[in-house]
Design a protein around this ligand. Structure first.
Ligand code: NAP
Length: 160
């Protein structure tokens, strides 16, 4: 099992506001799609509702204790142990795509982080819960999103 968390995080650690993203960065969404397509993705129920539909070409795994059951579109788990048992049998890299609760829950099982640092402060109500000081920086790449003109840095971290 190889778990990788993927997140976009502002300078003041905001990741969400009113159950949606506080920014629109098409370039980052494109990179997210390229990275995760063909792989399983794990998300919390709130993030699933915020996206509003299963993401195509990926096995969508949703953690929730209420509301949803598994179908041909999504795989639902109601507890961590069952989720981890399922992931143990997967050969692919599995991406943990948020939100805040799920990053926190799964950080101990992740071996890699792919973080888009959005180089600006934003108002928000959901925050990135992982202390990056406990992780080792492997690489960094900067880009400016053309439509929003936001500067971003994609950084990849490994467990120290
Ligand atoms: N910037 C980014 O990269 C990024 C990425 C993803 C999301 N976000 C943002 O993050 C925010 C949402 O984050 P959030 O922390 O509020 O919610 P979340 O992590 O998406 O979902 C939380 C839900 O997950 C379920 N859950 C949590 N722990 C569980 C467990 N041990 N077993 C079973 N189910 C469990 C619960 O669902 P039930 O209540 O149904 O039981 C809980 O309410 C939104 O604003 C979203 O836009 C940002």
């Amino acid at each position: 099992m190889k778990l990788t968390a993927v997140a976009a995080v502002s300078e003041n650690l905001v990741i969400g506001k009113n159950n949606s993203l506080p920014w629109n960065i098409p370039e980052d969404l494109k990179r997210f799609k390229n990275l995760t397509s063909g792989s399983p993705i794990i998300m919390g129920r709130k993030t699933y509702e915020s996206i509003g539909r299963p993401l195509p070409n990926r096995t969508n795994i949703v953690l929730t204790q209420k509301g949803y059951s598994s179908s041909d579109k999504i795989k639902v788990f109601s507890n961590l142990d069952n989720l981890l048992n399922y992931c143990e049998d997967l050969d692919n890299e599995v991406f943990v795509i948020g939100g805040s609760e799920i990053y926190k829950l799964l950080e101990p099982y992740c071996s890699k982080l792919v973080i888009t640092h959005v180089l600006k402060e934003f108002d928000g109500d959901a925050f990135f819960p992982i202390n990056l000081e406990n992780w080792k920086l492997l690489s960094s790449e900067e880009f400016t999103d053309e439509s929003s003109q936001l500067r971003c840095e994609i950084k990849i971290y490994n467990k120290t």
